[in-house]
Design a protein around this ligand. Sequence first.
Ligand code: GLA
Length: 674
Amino acid sequence: MSADVAATRREAGVGPVPGLVLGCDYNPEQWSPEVWHEDVALMREAGVSLVAVNVFGWSDVEPEPGRYEFERLDAVLDLLHAHGIGVNLGTGTASPPPWLSTQHPEILPMAADGTRRHPGGRQAWCPSSPVFRERAVALAEQVARRYGSHPAVRLWHVSNELGCHNAHCWCDVSAAAFRDWLRARYGTIEALNSAWGTTFWSQRYGAWDQVGTPRLTVSTPNPTQVLDFQRFSSDELLAHHRAEAEVIRRHSDIPVTTNFMVTAHRRDVDYWQWAPHMDLVANDHYLDHRLPDPLAELAFSADVTRGLAGGRPWMLMEHSTSAVNWQPVNVAKRPGELLRTSLLHLARGADALCFFQWRASAQGAEKFHSAMVPHAGTDTGVWREVVELGATLGRLEEVAGSTVRHDVALVFSFEAWWAADGEGHPSQHVRYLEQVHHWYRALRAAGIGVDVVAPGAPLDGYRLVVVPELFLTRDGDAAAVERLVANGGHALVTYFSGIVDADLRVRLGGYPGAFRDLLGVHVEQFHPLLPGEMLTLDDGGAGSLWAEELRTTTAETRVHATDGPVPGAPVVTRSAHGAGAAWYVATTPDLDATTRLVREVADGAGVRPLPGAGADVDVVRRTDGARSWLFVLNHGSTPVEVEAAGFELVEQQPITALTVPAGAVRVVREEVPR
Ligand code: GLA
């Protein structure tokens, strides 16, 4: 039901505020009212048009059960409105107040080892707790009733980053909810036994009450039970979102959303299932300096979010002006980086760029997290760059509403991620997201733009689909790839794909099961490599992590391994199929070799690289059908020349050739629209 409402609102093009948006989280409860007046004046100076308030407001607006105090929030909303600043209004339910966890300790989440987590931080609630749900929905209703038609409110912000800290709860209440979920999925206990393969290790269930959450046990747990628990947990959080959204919609016509976390360190929510329920897709993203290539991960996250938004413009609900406070070393942004990283989200389809948070906190766990107004005040590089970003968005205004579309699709699956990284697999060193990032990095370095799609999504209109490590493959997922190739498209599938079905049952008869016929290969045995062990490839590259005993059936071999566990084995193959071709890669080639390979595959598929793009230079084109804009973001230390002609919006001048200085961003409205 709520998915239908969301679809109607999206089709109607409902956005939070017209045009491009600069915004932030605003926590005025941490400051005195005198500061609020300075805040709104500064917000106007920077061009802030949307602020998220009341995200963590619960203990403030409901200081005692059922006693609501909205006066302060009234004053904040009125003040913002008087200054022309829109509000992204939090329901305030992200973190329960101490009175609730004291009165109802049963809402506290239980860890896999059976111990309870305590209050004192945030988000300490069990997603299946009926008590928590009831109290949260009651608060959401009060907020919606009071502010449902307040002129400042532009968007509803349900809870906050649902599942950030409490994605799973293993308590008895959750176990009962899990059983209900399983009953709905399987119908009978026999069907559950069959799906979970419980004849193995004497795990056969005789009745529903014997089934529980997969608490910590002494050996490897049942993998399908674990996977179903992941699916269930994601569904429980979505049900929470829907319960709050439903009550809001009774009192307000304003679009409703919540902030996703498409990042490298959160994987517990299947956002493909969630996205249809959002009136507007919003993401939070922070550069992660624990990764080998944080910028490529930013680009990937933005592309995933655009995919979740069905290609429509989306909202960056949070990112940081500089350092965060939750990595081992919290790297501050260098001059120019704030602007460049923000505009990278814009280039990849965001129409709203918001920061966590407005003013750096003086107290609490996040006091060393950067903000738009730093501890040092406004005579700072960060503040000047914030103001510059606001001014730049003003010059880029005409791109609002335009979209990005590429010729290449990359299949990404939260569910396959859960499944692939399970225990008891051939190698614990092969990690799904690392494999996806590796192929994405190579594509980006080769200047090949991709759209990220869900498994099974129709691939019409694409020239090439890239399928990295799709361990769990449903019949329909493989059929979509096969159809594309039959119709003249190309596919590139990497090892450990097509191995199991949705119940994690191995597809027998030779790997890579679901893709075996399409790829024209037959794999008898995996030969995962030890850390540091390398394969020599006869195209000059090197492979790591994986080798296979592989023979071709209809495919031709393009690259062999000359050493390793299976010397002479094919590692890159190509099979003509229907009107197209399907490539298979049976190792992780080094980044250069992977980049060369994706160039060759893309070229064969008729995909043209974006002009001037590379590992240090993001190039993305947005279009509205009539006009197109070429974004060039130079992250490197030398200027780049790009073939482009038209009107350059950042510097506001006509150009016939484009030079982008080191660290700069340029956006060209192209003379000849693409
Ligand atoms: C998340 C949360 C914010 C804040 C930031 C800090 O995105 O939603 O409340 O904690 O992280 O990076």
